[in-house]
Design a protein around this ligand. Sequence first.
Ligand SMILES: [Zn+2]
Length: 264
Amino acid sequence: MLGSFAVLVFAGIGQTPPSSLSELGTQYGFEVEVPTSTVSWQGQGYTVKGEPTSQDALEKYTQLFANEWKLYPVSFVKKAKVFKITFCVSLSLNNQFRAAVPSYDADRMFYDTAAGAYNSNYQRNVVHHEYFHMVDQREKRLYTDPEWASLNPPDFKYGSGGAQMRTSGAGSLTDKIPGFLTLYGTSGVEEDKAELFAHMIVDGEFVANRAKLDPVLNKKIGLLKKRLTEFDSSMGDLFWKKIPGWKPVDDKLPILGLAKLNKN
Ligand SMILES: [Zn+2]
């Protein structure tokens, strides 16, 4: 009795996702959810809400999403415990609009198919940025990470988190902040790491070029890569070789300090 009721409820809340998305879910071991009515999730101390996506937005987003997600080794995603992904629009976390939300206590992620759809580079970054939060949380150093923070210049202090930084342009790549790729990365240690991971994948050439002249950034790249390999051994050099435009920085070679460069 309970079984058939559950099936009826489940059949009523979802639409059939594009086959490429279902195949991705099967490959990576996550359930794909495409709700047909308002979806809401009450986590521990937070609420996620979303509205049904149009078929058109979903199909466009699926292509972009699958291309990015396929870069990840299956074992990497299994260790991150992403067991369900919900695709919707007007996604919000505690009533603040978000392009994606990692829901740690539900082993689940939410992605907005339409947010920033005019900028595929932005949408690609979002896929990786939010996924990285999941990995970081699984490693239990999302918000508290003295080892990472110690790489910053001694006088640097993070802001009060990503939710507080809604400055326009905060997510744009810059070469004006030593040790950081974006202003958004300075808002919190968790955002710093997620920004670096996402941009290393999407904007590899920019990051590699900046790292040549920025010892702090270079050290962060080294630590991030080391941690990823420890988390899952398939996230070593073979992974980075697949990333278009990524020029590996040899972190074994000493990097010229900026002061030294300026003297020459
Ligand atoms: Zn973030």
